[in-house]
Design a protein around this ligand. Structure first.
Ligand code: NAP
Length: 335
């Protein structure tokens, strides 16, 4: 690779989010001078492809960040906690997709379409938000700018690829087994119950409050990204037997009265978002419509019948792209 550009390290290059990141760097023609693909000891000997080249995966080590300009992390919070500081000490800028540093007040948590200006105060580390929160905010934030959001109720429908490559494999195996032996007990390892033909109202661990950590992130991260420290977001996060792309049903209350026409106008102009709202012709956002696409989609707009100044809507987005790889590369582009 003789191109001029940046020396890049991808930690977690063999995983679901890391694989997607390599594809996004390629197709957005990010100026990559050299690329180091990093995984665990399990991946040593494997290779990943980048721009028609086969790159051998290296085992993560303290020296992995020597002469690296930008290090993307998607290998889980424990790895980030241990190795992001090492990357920063080596003068690399770290863009972290895990939750390890998201709520650190010194670390910007950035969705470029919403709070790109927060990047200016980075100290070598930028956090990429939770994927479900990002998909919800892609539609909620433009509405907030226009009508000032007061509080939010949300229910998420999250794809198995949100649990990484293992989640996808578990759903595939369970579907195969159910077809082979209908009515048999389906073994589950990644999730506490079968995910095929089922819904699991349980993502991440339960907190004392009764909410899960994933649900708490929807409030905490929305507050930080939108600069609304008092915002209340009551969420129920559900894992669904969908391979790719998360969806969120949102009911939001605003300070100002919202009309459907105004909401449509606002949403149709928002960057990174498409309005898919022609229910009479069965046109609304769905995981299958947004999988593999950069833009999120919003639809099913209606005046909410329970809230004053309320609007209900449904938003879908590819969580491996806007919720992870695309958002991380957009951050790098802005830097
Ligand atoms: N999946 C999503 O939709 C999504 C969205 C937003 C954020 N994220 C975040 O991205 C991260 C990875 O998620 P994923 O879905 O891509 O998981 P995944 O498919 O399970 O991939 C995990 C990656 O991390 C690597 N890894 C694990 N332990 C390691 C270690 N000790 N040292 C070095 N590398 C190690 C794995 O390498 P080996 O192959 O060698 O094991 C693999 O490349 C998580 O923090 C997750 O929260 C994921």
């Amino acid at each position: 690779m003789l191109m001029r550009g940046y020396h890049i390290a991808v930690v977690g290059a063999t995983g679901a989010a890391g694989t997607e990141l390599l594809r996004v760097l390629e197709r957005r023609n990010f100026p990559v001078a050299s690329l180091r693909a990093i995984g665990s000891a399990r991946s040593v000997g494997k290779s990943v492809s980048f721009r028609d080249e086969s790159i051998r995966v290296e085992k993560l080590a303290d020296q992995s960040f020597d002469k690296i300009d930008i290090a993307f992390f998607s290998a889980g919070s424990d790895v980030s906690r241990d190795y992001v500081p090492i990357a920063c000490q080596s003068d690399a800028i770290a863009i972290d997709k895990s939750s390890a540093f998201r709520m650190d007040p010194h670390v910007p948590l950035v969705v470029p379409e919403i709070n790109a200006e927060d990047l200016r105060r980075h100290r070598g580390l930028i956090a990429n938000p939770n994927c479900t929160t990002t998909v919800m905010l892609m539609a909620l934030y433009p509405l907030h700018r226009a009508f000032a959001v007061r509080r939010v109720f949300a229910a998420s429908f999250q794809a198995v690829s949100g649990s990484g490559a293992r989640g996808v494999e578990e759903l595939k195996q369970q579907i195969r087994q159910a077809a082979r032996e209908p009515g048999s007990t389906i073994p589950a390892t990644v999730y506490p119950h079968p995910i095929a033909f089922n819904l699991l109202p349980h993502i991440d661990s339960f907190l004392q409050s009764g909410y899960t950590k994933e649900e708490a992130k929807m409030q905490e991260e929305a507050r930080k990204i939108m600069h609304l420290p008092e915002l209340c977001v009551s969420a129920t996060c559900v894992r669904v037997p969908v391979y790719r792309a998360h969806s969120v049903a949102v009911s939001a209350e605003f300070e100002r009265q919202v009309s459907i026409e105004q909401a449509r106008e606002v949403l149709s102009k928002a960057t990174g978002l498409e309005l898919a709202d022609e229910p009479q012709s069965n046109h609304y956002p769905m995981p299958l419509s947004v999988a593999g696409k950069d833009n999120c989609q919003v639809g099913r707009l209606r005046v909410d019948c329970a809230f004053e100044n309320g609007l209900s809507f449904w938003v879908s987005g590819d969580q491996l792209l806007k919720g992870a790889a695309l958002n991380a590369v957009q951050i790098a582009e802005l830097l």
